[in-house]
Write a protein that binds this ligand. Structure first.
Ligand SMILES: Nc1ncnc2c1ncn2[C@@H]1O[C@H](COP(=O)(O)OP(=O)(O)OP(=O)(O)O)[C@@H](O)[C@H]1O
Length: 304
């Protein structure tokens, strides 16, 4: 559990984090979203005790980071999305961390297995690809078997397999009952990984909502329908909320009625369909809409 209470960080004139209050609960992946410069990394650094708040506070599992006797056992973090540059093998890197934190040696083998680095563990970590470096970083975060995990932009620069792997891993860790807090500026990725979202802009809280609520509220979902008898189908799609637009003779963009209902109407009237696609592409747009003011405000302020 992570609890921020009126958390504020000022760097000179710059208010990087502005009065943030939120709770990150166990048992779910919570996405921490915001445009560049929104204050995500600063917030994460304060969670991890790497930066002191100007005012307010943030606790992990009920205490400030520095107050934990064995912080690595409470919270694990992946702070930088790049490979570890080290002459040590992955195994020795993890072993050194374990030894200096009083973590038993057998846990090193466990985390290596967990992140799938078995065959590479004895190789020099400096030669790792970005994806392997991420796995090693996550192994280090998991070393103390912490109840809470914090990851700053873990999918940056990863290929699709790497992204899928991280997504499944984070979900699995949340299913085990852990608190998983993961920052990103990619709404689409978070929609697939997280159940809950905390959205910030210009250091301020913009939204604290479930992903499903966010998707529901995110502009109207549409259905793309292609049919050689589009005009006839269009005349049959009626209802108080139904809006149909058309950019091509055989193409309809329909909102206010589900793909299933459209399919049933077409079937009943024996109208052939060549395409029937629910379009949920407005997520990224909705995120831009939500954070747009915050970004514009930032530009204005910086310009003045
Ligand atoms: N040490 C620092 N000194 C001065 N300003 C800082 C410092 N660290 C961050 N800032 C400023 O605080 C604001 C928030 O930065 P932060 O890195 O936390 O944002 P972010 O949401 O993580 O952005 P990004 O997605 O680009 O990483 C930015 O305007 C940044 O320039």
């Amino acid at each position: 559990m992570i609890e921020a209470q009126a958390l504020t960080k000022r760097y000179g004139e710059k208010l990087a984090v502005d009065d943030l209050t939120f709770t990150v609960k166990p048992g779910a992946v919570t996405g921490f979203l915001g445009p560049n410069g929104a204050g995500k990394s600063t917030t994460i650094r304060m969670i991890m005790g790497l930066d002191a708040p100007t005012s307010g506070e943030v606790t992990v599992n009920g205490r400030r980071y520095a107050e934990h006797a064995a912080p690595l056992r409470e919270v694990g973090a992946l702070l930088e999305a790049r490979a570890v540059h080290t002459g040590r093998s992955a195994y020795n890197h993890l072993l050194a961390l374990a030894v200096s934190n009083g973590i038993p040696r057998r846990r090193v083998d466990e985390v290596i297995g967990l992140v799938g680095l078995d065959t590479a563990a004895r190789k020099r970590a400096g030669g790792f690809s970005l994806g392997m470096g991420q796995r090693l970083g996550i192994a280090a975060a998991l070393l103390g078997d912490p109840a809470t995990l914090v990851l700053d932009e873990p999918v940056n620069g990863l290929d699709p397999q790497g992204i899928l792997w991280i997504r499944n891993l984070l979900r699995g860790l949340a299913e085990e009952g852990r608190t998983v807090f993961v920052s990103s500026h990619l709404m689409s990725e978070m929609a697939l990984t997280a159940e809950h979202l905390i959205v910030v802009g210009r250091g301020r809280l913009i939204a604290d909502t479930s992903v499903s609520e966010f998707i529901e509220s995110a502009s109207r979902n549409t259905v793309r329908v292609r049919s050689p008898r589009a005009a006839q189908l269009r005349s049959l799609l009626t209802g108080p909320d139904v809006v149909v637009t058309s950019t091509e003779d055989d193409l309809l963009d329909v909102s206010g009625i589900s793909a299933t209902e459209i399919g049933l109407v077409a079937c009943r009237e024996q109208i052939p369909l060549e395409e029937l696609t629910p379009v949920r592409a407005s997520l990224e747009e909705a995120f831009m809409e939500l954070t747009g003011d915050a970004v514009e405000y930032g530009t204005e302020r910086q310009a003045s």
